[in-house]
Design a protein around this ligand. Sequence first.
Ligand SMILES: Nc1ncnc2c1ncn2[C@@H]1O[C@H](COP(=O)(O)OP(=O)(O)O)[C@@H](O)[C@H]1O
Ligand SMILES: [Mg+2]
Length: 225
Amino acid sequence: MAQYNIKELRLELKRLLNDLCGSARFEQLFSSATIWDWIKVHRKEIPDYISFNFGMTRFVFWDNRYCEVVFKVLINDCDIDYNANEEFIYNKACEYHVEKWFAWMVKVDSYEFGDNKIDFYAMEFCESDCDEITSEIESRHREENESNGVESTEESYDGSEEDMEYLMYSKYDQVSVDDLYNFLREFHVNDTHCGNWGYKDGDLILIDFGGYDRDLMALAEEAAK
Ligand SMILES: Nc1ncnc2c1ncn2[C@@H]1O[C@H](COP(=O)(O)OP(=O)(O)O)[C@@H](O)[C@H]1O
Ligand SMILES: [Mg+2]
């Protein structure tokens, strides 16, 4: 099961928000809909020890002196709550005993910034590095070719969902990877390209499993009722 303590996560979140809001007028970020533009202008005001990253739907930030946990908020004003989907999937993964393949994920708190109510989720920190993952894919293909006596071509891999599935089967035992992919298919978790995986102690685990498949959303909504 999860290795987090919600009380400690709340304290950590509060501290980070105080640092962000106090020094960088960060509350503007959370009250505005133009998160990208705000960061472009105010990047220098953000303390050095706070790292952040964006995906298409989420803003992710953490204290890089500890690197144990990241906080995730939605950046888009959209109907789909990818964070809630992710928490739903993590809980299901625990129920199905496949949680070792997922970074733990939990809702921590909601705060109001102006008219915006923001839900903050916490997730286990992982090294997210697509280049490292794709070079691992390349070297595994090379090794496989060598052991089959086939000459390696100059093929390059972009870490697509198919590339990731190849890597997982080549790196881990078939039965447990079958369990993972059966679970992902059953719960319609898509978009599992290399940008959505991270390394934890050298092992690959999913860090973005909120998906965008309609069937997953329907399941998560049903569970939230
Ligand atoms: N658990 C994590 N540990 C470290 N970095 C993370 C973690 N989760 C997300 N990130 C970083 O934030 C980026 C955006 O997060 P992600 O969950 O992929 O959001 P989106 O749904 O917008 O793609 C990721 O590509 C990654 O670089
Ligand atoms: Mg992503």
